[in-house]
Design a protein around this ligand. Sequence first.
Ligand SMILES: C[C@@H](O)[C@H](N)C(=O)O
Ligand SMILES: C[C@@H](O)[C@H](N)C(=O)O
Lengths: 155, 155
Amino acid sequence: EAPCVSGVTLNEKEVKISIFRVLDRPGIAAKIFGSIAKNGINVDMIVQNVSKEGYTDLSFTVSIDNLEETVKVTKRIALVIGAGKVSFDKDIARVSIIGLGMQSHPGIAARMFSVLAKNRINIKMITTSEIKISTVVPKKDGKKSLRAVHKEFIE
Amino acid sequence: EAPCVSGVTLNEKEVKISIFRVLDRPGIAAKIFGSIAKNGINVDMIVQNVSKEGYTDLSFTVSIDNLEETVKVTKRIALVIGAGKVSFDKDIARVSIIGLGMQSHPGIAARMFSVLAKNRINIKMITTSEIKISTVVPKKDGKKSLRAVHKEFIE
Ligand SMILES: C[C@@H](O)[C@H](N)C(=O)O
Ligand SMILES: C[C@@H](O)[C@H](N)C(=O)O
């Protein structure tokens, strides 16, 4: 079958914010992101994994220019919903591969993760869909990741 | 600005597998998904949120037909990498909205989450990108979610 990865992207201008210990019941995600949207802040990547004992963590990325305001807004809403602590991480770069029908090519994600592993790059977050596989890596590894993944899939 | 949500999808044929307490260092994700790919199993959604104290959880979805084999393979690799327990959840449906440039429309995700919240539907997992916002909800709420989100964005 034809290779289906059409591009690799690097975003070094984002920061990640996490709200820990969020109650896992309807309305919580709506409150959090409604609040952030009301402040006109664009949210890029949102990640929520499964809850444990009724609580989960929510992480999301915003442009670095919005860091201060986003942290302020997030801490305010975290208080309202009784969540745990809010933290932010500027040490990130987001490397993604874009393609079509990637879910029916087992191993595309595995290949991307292997390439990063071979370069000793730690994967801090992962989100995937049929059209895009995104990994968040340490900021210093952003360009190295882009080159390595580009070499693996595009060249 | 022109509305940018072009479609809503529902996938009721997936199951979610989680590996808890995975060591957060290079090579782990590659081992897990390399192993699954070697067995010819297609992986759809992969979610990894940030680690705490050096460990994180990895969740992913596969077609329900692959459940048994995937659990077997995953348990085997979990042992190899010294991860914690492996669990699976058949009680899921994945509802996604697809569009263009959604990250520059603050509030699209918030609107989707609000619609689900108004219908008292709990969001079990979230992954987003500029082109797709995916939520995993309880299986019984799949069709209701699809209708509600479709009504909100498409009609
Ligand atoms: C944690 C959060 O996503 C919650 N489950 C909600 O539905 O809003
Ligand atoms: C947890 C897993 O993603 C690990 N950080 C890796 O890079 O493989």
